[in-house]
Design a protein around this ligand. Sequence first.
Ligand SMILES: C[S@@+](CC[C@H](N)C(=O)[O-])C[C@H]1O[C@@H](n2cnc3c(N)ncnc32)[C@H](O)[C@@H]1O
Length: 275
Amino acid sequence: MTDVTKPRGSYQVTTIAGSAEREIERLSAQVDLFWPDESRHYLANGLRDGISMVELGSGPGFTTERILNLLPEIRITAVEIDPLLVKVADDRLSPPFGDRLDIVEGSITDTGLPSDTYDFALTRLVLEHLPDPVAAVREVARILKPGGRAVFVDNDFEMHLMTSPHIPALSELYGAYCRSRADQGGNPTIGRELPGILRSGGLSAVTFTVVSAHSDIVGSKSFLGSEGVGIPTKLVRDGYLSSKALGEIARSWRELMRDDKHAILRQMYLSAGEK
Ligand SMILES: C[S@@+](CC[C@H](N)C(=O)[O-])C[C@H]1O[C@@H](n2cnc3c(N)ncnc32)[C@H](O)[C@@H]1O
């Protein structure tokens, strides 16, 4: 069971974007956006068919679903702290995937899973929200088999979405986002710190790379759902961002989309290590 007395960190699906429904849609679009580049990094880091994998902070299970579809003999244990998201994932994925998927309600820092069990572990967009990411890596290392590999993917909001033409007000948005997440115990610029955190958590042979999505490759529309207006609107409501800045971003974004030569680039940061 989840210990409600412990700090949960900076992610709550019901409040981060105003409504859980809207946020779940954003998470889905964010998986679509990166999957073509992201999946090849997972395969290069030991993800393969027939293995036993654990995913930590799996949320509604959009990445889980992609992997189960890609690799027909893989078995996945998905650990998620939020009972609402456990139910969403269970309703969506248990009927089609049956006993290839086990969804467990629990925390990445205390999974209750047996030691030395999994060939591959994935933790996507979770460490950035935790007050103690090293403790999370230590727990992932505990449940990995010796020789198994763990992949961690996170954002770094000082090196986030970039556009051409440049939208200066986006830096206000990401500054506001960083202040808001940091106030809740998260670390929104954790991307650059990942290799050190993995080593402190007990992993070796640590690597680091960038996962990217570019509008010329994946299409501009892919960015609309994954960036969304839910989080920016909530930042205005909570007093972190001015409505003037949000209006300026919306106006500049419309102009950008009308520019035939526009480009949008977003990146996530991936670090992997071995037990
Ligand atoms: C930004 S969402 C990412 C969800 C999913 N990994 C994805 O990439 O779409 C962060 C997820 O981590 C979960 N989470 C936060 N703290 C957690 C913890 N201590 N243990 C397990 N999951 C946690 C949240 O409930 C949420 O599902």
